[in-house]
Design a protein around this ligand. Sequence first.
Ligand code: 1CP
Length: 365
Amino acid sequence: MSTEANFPPLKNDLLLRAARGEKVERTPIWIMRQAGRYLPEFHEIRKNHSFFEICRTPELACELTLQPIRRYGPLLDGSIIFSDILVIPQALGLEVEMITGRGPVFNDPLVTPEDLSRLKTEVDVDKELGYVYDAITLTRHKLEGRVPLFGFIGAPWTLMAYMIEGGGSKTLSKAKSWLWKYPTETHGLLQKITDVSVDFLVGQVRAGAQLLQVFDSWAGELSPHDFNKYSLPYIKQISTMVRQRLAESNLPDVPMVIFAKGAWYALEDLTDIGYDVVSLDWTIDPEYARKVTQDKVVLQGNMDPSVLYGGEEAIRETATRMVHAFGKDGKHIANLGHGILPTVDPEALKVYLETIQKVSAEIKK
Ligand code: 1CP
């Protein structure tokens, strides 16, 4: 087991300070999916290994986590452990493969509630997902304190959606049909995922994660009513239980980020469920978000990832406008409004990172 004292001291704590709501000298920036498919150095490694083999090999997961930190140096203020949200369904007993060009595919997805009996009743998370902990601990050492490291999970609703759809889906009609046909079993499944998620996040902090992000990538597919019923209570339970368990175990109370993509309607509710940071997609205007959230949380985001295809001038202009909109005194962590897209030129990302650092340092003077 590792404690903070065993790791190299942190040299750049800007992201941690901003996530706690402190006033900072410039806006910290990291990028969702910053390790991965848009980087040629990722493909060099990926061509020799399957995706989940990389996730399960701490040296490889560590190497991929470090790639963007090496490439962009001081332009990035955070790192995120190379893994995937689908390691939890795997720990629950489902088989998932990552197929190039297609994404995740479940060999045998859940079809009806009878299939729930295929999930493990007792999950020893530390044993099933210990490889993620090992990757985190190794990465904390190899980062040498350059930037803090995020651990993460997928939110229960998003994971349930994958487990029933069997992969990506345009309508989520199979997963959604469960909400009305089998509400009791749906709550049972969401609770099961929640329990495992809490263990997993606490384990990631014990291993060395310095911030945690919960990705509810499919939140925007739910109506406000269904989001309130099938997502919000579980993501709230996760923040509450994780903090309680961290305190009981004498582990650091790390900042927690919630990213409920597409759930603009839930913005106010999201300020009130125990997360320090609410991550916004690009459909939310920063000034509107500041008005609704009233400085109760730090905001993260939110440039449309596609602007990175728009050329240097468009990137600079949009990034500058965004920094101004989040404000001189606004509590803000810069990111994109969703993950960086696989065909983006890494040089375009550099322009974005440079612009955020320069403009935010100027206005926060
Ligand atoms: O830097 C990083 O962020 C790398 C770590 C990381 C993270 C945080 C990966 C590696 N995946 C994720 C999270 C993740 N995975 C999410 C939440 C964030 C989001 O909404 O983008 C989701 C929905 C997934 C599921 C997933 N994994 C997809 C999406 C499929 C769909 O339905 O659209 C895909 C394509 C993957 C594969 C994957 N995960 C990560 C990488 C680098 C890859 C590409 C794998 C390959 O080489 O084929």
